[in-house]
Design a protein around this ligand. Structure first.
Ligand SMILES: NC(=O)C1=CN([C@@H]2O[C@H](COP(=O)(O)OP(=O)(O)OC[C@H]3O[C@@H](n4cnc5c(N)ncnc54)[C@H](O)[C@@H]3O)[C@@H](O)[C@H]2O)[C@@H](O)CC1
Ligand SMILES: Nc1ncnc2c1ncn2[C@@H]1O[C@H](COP(=O)(O)OP(=O)(O)O)[C@@H](O)[C@H]1O
Length: 279
């Protein structure tokens, strides 16, 4: 293992400023594949975060039952009803970055969509049920993949117990990165970012106010937006985890009632302070 690097404001990667004549077509198109019945909000949180972190376009592929709620909450997002993997192909062709997994479930619908996504060659962020299906051997992760497990999902990926992951988080993050040949974000208190080459970074920021539903869904959208705007996988992961953790600290005064969607505006403000839109 190489030395563990502590991420701080001084060594963070930056997004380049936008040219005055830039347009949305140059800023990436994030496709989020998410939201089985009963979990329609997870994809919305990811989409909202991607939008608020500057992705040029954001599409959400989800269950038909979630479309009208998604459109009324996030009109900027192109929300598509997907009943079969054939219907997913056109949006997949347009995507430059894919997020798959938030609230995806593990039904036949979920599996069909995930396996269609694996055939794409663009960068992908795999979260939640995409990781659970990967751990079950139901599919293989594509090239250029970022895996974002929480400790429970990490345990499933390594076929060990959650307590064993937590007892040696560095080792767990590196092992998943090596086994799945992917950049890994091991979430939780002091999140870690690992690569298959053995690089390991730690973000010693964050706050227990973030221990609630949907905070990981937001993180997946932040990573995707940074990828869409040109950062490589490891840099995008480090910057996204740092922004997300610092936003949690900023909002900690709200206490236990902090909702994951409250994070998006603060993450957007921190990103602008760190990487201004114009030079
Ligand atoms: N609004 C929504 O629709 C939401 C949907 N969600 C979906 O709900 C489904 C189930 O996901 P869950 O993550 O709840 O369930 P899981 O069963 O994957 O994970 C929960 C377990 O993982 C372990 N764990 C997680 N974080 C830990 C930490 N920081 N330290 C130690 N142990 C930890 C604990 O044992 C915990 O009980 C997924 O499809 C997910 O995407 C969630 O994302 C929450 C929001
Ligand atoms: N105690 C904590 N300290 C710092 N960060 C936390 C803490 N609890 C949760 N988080 C962060 O919140 C997010 C939770 O993600 P996850 O467990 O996947 O939730 P969900 O699936 O509900 O979206 C992760 O980014 C994690 O690092």
């Amino acid at each position: 293992m190489k030395n563990i690097r502590s991420i701080h404001a001084g060594n963070l990667p930056r997004l380049t400023p936008r040219l005055p004549d830039t347009h949305k077509g140059l800023l990436g198109h994030v496709l989020i594949i998410a939201g089985d019945l009963g979990m329609g909000g997870a994809g919305l949180l990811s989409a909202q975060a991607a939008l608020r972190c500057g992705a040029g376009m954001v599409s959400l592929a989800t269950r038909e039952q979630h479309v009208s709620a998604a459109l009324s909450r996030l009109p900027e997002v192109m929300t598509l009803a997907i009943n079969s993997s054939a219907q997913l192909r056109p949006p997949l062709q347009r995507a430059s970055v894919i997020v798959v997994g938030p609230g995806l479930g593990q039904t036949a619908w979920s599996r069909a969509l995930l396996s269609t996504a694996t055939q794409q060659s663009v960068p992908q962020v795999w979260d939640a049920d995409a990781l659970n299906l990967l751990a079950q051997g139901i599919c293989n992760q594509p090239q250029q993949c970022i895996l974002t497990p929480h400790p429970g999902e990490a345990a499933r990926l390594l076929n060990i117990r959650t307590a064993q992951v937590q007892a040696n988080r560095n080792n767990a993050a590196l092992q998943i990165a090596e086994r799945y040949n992917a950049v890994v974000v091991l979430k939780g208190h002091h999140s870690l970012i690992a690569t298959p080459a053995g690089d390991l970074s730690c973000v010693e920021r964050g706050h227990p106010v973030m221990a609630g539903a949907g905070f990981g869904d937001v993180l997946s959208g932040v990573i995707a937006a940074l990828l869409a705007q040109g950062l490589p996988a490891y840099s995008a992961s480090c910057l996204a985890v740092w922004l997300h953790a610092c936003a949690g600290e900023h909002l900690a005064r709200q206490g236990r009632g902090l909702a994951a969607s409250d994070m998006c505006h603060t993450i957007s403000t921190l990103l602008e302070e760190h990487s201004p839109c114009q030079a």
